[in-house]
Write a protein of this length. Structure first.
Lengths: 150, 121
């Protein structure tokens, strides 16, 4: 992946928190994904096809989702709602970067994994990047794993 | 008299958020749907004048659903609310008959502006 492509995801992440919560998120320096990368309570996964292949996933602890839902005025903080929001955040971040990647950057509907899978392997031959996110002191991350342009 | 509206999005969180954003508007939410097939069925049953429509959904995507709804009622007014932020998709949505396009995430003000355009005849 090229630097400006990673930057597109960083920009989308910053915009998401700024617009949805009125409180900016701190986005740290991206680093290479390794085998031991942490998967948190809820992970929304988006498959990518078209001009690129791979996946994008947003992994978050429960507390972050509960804070966002409360901020949005949502009173239902059930497991189903938390799963829904984890998928929606992943969908929004992946969809927003089409501004930079183009309309043939095709995104799937989200799949959400709850809890810690034994292993979450990126569907790409290239190594992925982890974008660390801190919002209200809560750490989450966005992982991008994309093959080179097809 | 309130105008009838249907909200279509595969996320219940977003459907409920849009519903809350509509507080104070002269509309009645008569139906909600989580995909295009369900939306079309509800549209035939409820005949809402206004629709907010996501694009990336299971079963039938929002752009196809716009065409299907307009085939049933060419006067239906449809606002796309989608995370897909590229211009060609927005242009495609308008070509297929949507009257507006709002990108997620949106602020209350951005929603109000886009919704005001949806209400214009």
């Amino acid at each position: 992946m090229e630097e400006h492509e990673v930057q597109a995801f960083i920009d989308a992440t910053k915009a998401y928190f700024a617009q949805m919560t009125d409180e900016p998120a701190e986005v740290g320096t991206p680093y290479l994904l390794d085998e031991d990368s942490t998967v948190l309570d809820f992970t929304g996964v988006i498959g990518i096809s078209g001009t690129r292949r791979g996946c994008v996933y947003f992994s978050t602890p429960r507390a972050l989702l509960e804070h966002i839902l409360t901020h949005l005025g949502e009173v239902d903080l059930s497991e189903d709602t938390l799963i829904d929001l984890a998928g929606e955040i992943a969908n929004t971040l992946a969809g927003n970067v089409r501004k930079d990647f183009g309309k043939d950057f095709l995104i799937s509907i989200p799949v959400v994994i709850q809890g810690q899978p034994r292993r979450l392997r990126a569907l790409s031959d290239s190594r992925g990047f982890v974008i660390p996110i801190k919002w209200k002191g809560i750490r989450s991350c966005l992982v991008i794993s994309l093959d080179s342009k097809v | 008299m309130n105008r009838k509206l249907m909200i279509v999005d595969d996320s219940n969180v977003i459907r409920r958020l849009i519903e809350r954003c509509l507080a104070g508007e002269a509309v009645e939410v008569v139906a909600m749907a989580g995909n295009g097939v369900e939306a079309l069925e509800h549209f035939r049953n409820w005949r809402p004048e206004l629709v907010t429509m996501d694009i990336t959904m299971p079963e039938m995507d929002g752009l196809t659903c716009v065409e299907e709804i307009l085939a049933v009622d060419p006067d239906a007014r449809i606002l796309i609310i989608s995370a897909l932020a590229d211009k060609p998709t927005a242009i495609e949505a308008l070509k297929r008959g949507a009257v507006g396009f709002l990108t997620k995430p949106f602020t209350d003000q951005e929603f109000a502006t886009a919704f005001a355009e949806l209400l214009e005849d």
